[in-house]
Design a protein around this ligand. Structure first.
Ligand SMILES: [Fe+2]
Length: 217
C-alpha cells in the first residue's frame, strides 16, 4: 500500500522545514552554552598590573628565580615553590600557555627603574613557566615580603600566544598585613579566597603554595 502523494507531500515538506530549522538552531544553542564563561569553574579575578612589570626581561627568565644567570644562588629570604594549574572555565588544561610572575627581592626591591635599580642582582625577580599537558606550571622563588605599604604578594600574568588572558596578584593566607592592603581590601570575599593561598612549610625546608588559575580562553 502506498500513500497518496497529495496526502503525504505537505506533511513531509512541513516536517523537513522543522528539521532544517532545528539543524540551523542547534549550533547556535551549542555555541551559546559553550561561550558562557562561568558555566563551569569560577574565573580567577583580575587585579592591577602595578608599576613594576619588567621593562626588559632578564636574559635568564626561566621559572627558577633563585638562580639568575651565572650568579650564585640567591640566599636571602625564604625559598618557596609556587605552582598551580591553568585551565579554562570548563576545566581544560591550557597547554602551551605561559604564566609570568614578578616580585620584589627579600629586601623589598623590584628590578625596575621606577624602584631605583636597587634590587639584588642575584635574585632573578621575574620568570616565565610554560603550562604542560596536564595544565601544570611551577616556579622556584622566595616567599613574598611586604614593601612600601603593600602586603606580601606575587604578580602574575597569563599569556596564550599573542593574547594576554589575565593579570592578577597572589597573596599569603593568614598574613596580617592583608587586612591593611588597599588592593586586597578591594577584593570580594570570594575573590580574596581565590587569590589568597597558604604557604605551607615543606619537610625539606622552604614553603609550598598552590594557585589554581581559571581563565576565559
Ligand atoms: Fe608589587
Amino acid at each position: 500500500m502506498t500513500l497518496a502523494p497529495t496526502h503525504c507531500r505537505p506533511w513531509t515538506r512541513r516536517r523537513s522545514l522543522h528539521l532544517a530549522a532545528a539543524a540551523i538552531a542547534m549550533p547556535t544553542l551549542l555555541l551559546t552554552a559553550r561561550a558562557q564563561p562561568n558555566a563551569g569553574r569560577r574565573l580567577t579575578p583580575a587585579q592591577t598590573e602595578g608599576p613594576f612589570y619588567p621593562v626588559a626581561w632578564p636574559t635568564d627568565s626561566d621559572a627558577d628565580l633563585l638562580v639568575n644567570g651565572a650568579a650564585a644562588r640567591y640566599a636571602k629570604g625564604r625559598a618557596a615553590t609556587v605552582e598551580g594549574t591553568l585551565t579554562d572555565a570548563e576545566g581544560r588544561a591550557l597547554r602551551g600557555a605561559v604564566v609570568e610572575i614578578w616580585q620584589c627581592d627579600a629586601d623589598g626591591h623590584y628590578h625596575h627603574p621606577g624602584d631605583g635599580g636597587r634590587a639584588d642582582s642575584t635574585f632573578q625577580g621575574a620568570g616565565r613557566a610554560t603550562v604542560d599537558a596536564q595544565g601544570q606550571w611551577r616556579f622556584r622563588t622566595i616567599r613574598p615580603v611586604a614593601y612600601g605599604g603593600r602586603t606580601p604578594h606575587i604578580h602574575l600574568k597569563v599569556r596564550l600566544g599573542t593574547r594576554e588572558l589575565l593579570t592578577t596578584q597572589l597573596y599569603i593566607e593568614g598574613e596580617p598585613a592583608n587586612e591593611r592592603d588597599f588592593l586586597w581590601q578591594r577584593l570580594s570575599v570570594a575573590d580574596r579566597a581565590a587569590l589568597t593561598v597558604p604557604f605551607m612549610a615543606e619537610p625539606q625546608g622552604g614553603f609550598g603554595a598552590r594557585l589554581p588559575i581559571v581563565v576565559a580562553a
